[in-house]
Design a binder for this molecule. Sequence first.
Ligand code: NOJ
Ligand code: CA
Length: 545
Amino acid sequence: MEDHHWYKNAVFYEVSVKSFKDSNGDGIGDIRGLTSKLDYFVDLGINALWLLPFYPSPWKDDGYDVADYYGIHSDMGSMSDFDELIEEANKRGIKIIIDLVTNHTSDQHFWFQESRKDSSRDNPYADYYVWSDTDDKYNGVRVIFNDFEASNWTFDAVRKQYYWHRFFHHQPDLNFDNPKVHQEIFDILDFWLDKGIAGFRVDAIPYLYEREGTSCENLQETHQFLRKMREHVDERYGPNQKILLCESNMWQDDLLPYFGNKEVKEFDMGFDFPVMTRIYESLARENVSPLMSVMGEKHHLPDHCQWATFLRNHDELTLEKVTPEVREFMWKYYASDGVSKINLGVRKRLATLMENDQQKIKLLNSFLFALPGSPIIYYGQEIGMGTDLTLGDRNGVRTPMQWDRTTNAGFSDAEQSRLVFPVIDDDEYGYHVINVEDQKSDPNSLFNFIRKLIKLRKQYPFIGFSEYNVISFAEKKGIAIYHKYNGFELFCAFNFSSHTIEINKNLIGMEKSDEIRRVFDENTREIDQFVLDPYNFQWYYTESK
Ligand code: NOJ
Ligand code: CA
């Protein structure tokens, strides 16, 4: 028997506080701005928000360089603003999860400032980070941000030793061999959970431990710590009360252990990186084999767990976990402009990746909502926002939310030059053309399409916990996710190709095919014609009760 915890069938919304809504006219989005927009989420049907980091930070990695885990960046508000957000969200039945960065801190964090002072026993922070006299330990471990960093070691002139960092050099890795670091993490967890948040998106978890002769990724020691963290949370708040969502961008075999099993739990949710990447690959190839290869038996999770499915987020479209051949193919297809390639990925939003083809954008969104898992929408995805490739790093996908046609897209009253990032204002993706207000009143807009998808998820909640099969058809140009639950059947079919394809009616094993209802009415075909136009989709529903 499955258990139907809320997170197994929730629609999440990933939001960058600083880019969403500015309440005080300083050009930077803030918590009060976000609170003022809570009814927007109610209207859309969102169940939970995932807030990107808002901690005090030098802001060299979009806030993933945390300088103080117990505070709010002054540009984004105060702790009482945060408490108010939780209270107002609770009133509306919206849950909040926040980012927890465990692997590293900013080099500005007090712990690091202390740690670098001296290595003596008298310094309580001496062993909070991974220090070494040489930079040849853990040789051969890959550098993740390979466009920016040449090594995982950086020499610190103060302590006169090297420190280990898997990401930017200004983000020293914490030393998980030190039990004091575990306690620090647990204290941070308790602090925020006590405030009433529903859980955490836990950042970069495969890299917590280092061991010579290994890749320093997915180590047993890391899993042991994560179990300890799970136990800590469950003991304090009760099992399944608070969720932990794991960010582990790994091959499926390395990713699955992060869910643990029935007896030994780790995470409740994990991002479905394997499926996400293969959606784009399948589309580019007009062949769904890549998706089929990751969506088999193995893809099923323990009952209490759920995939967090997504199309895009605040980072690049990652191509880390595909073969070099596939990566080259994908770069050629999605990053031929030469500027959108970054590290091992592509720094573009969904609409830009689809070259603003509304049919393809709808296809992928409808696929997202049919997948087993709880979908996460990245802010702006619901209106098809574009990318500003003139901004550095991944900031092109982090521009201000486009609310309406007024100055600064309704994001802020500040002078344009003071905005956290410029508002997109080109002819194709600019706020005059793409904004919430216009789309709300247009029945054919992407916004209203996404709202419909969210409604469908509520109408067919069993998508989140059904027994499902994944079937390819029409020589792998089409893919279907077939959900069955207690007499309800939903056959969600997608054409990933530029050809018109037919679905063999026998594939839809639905017993009374004359009672099949089409969920999307856009397609005017007769009900007994199971045909999909290029890049089109249809969900077929029956119930035998
Ligand atoms: C993962 C986050 O998603 C990304 O934005 C960040 O740069 C890295 N962790 C390193 O902190
Ligand atoms: Ca502000």
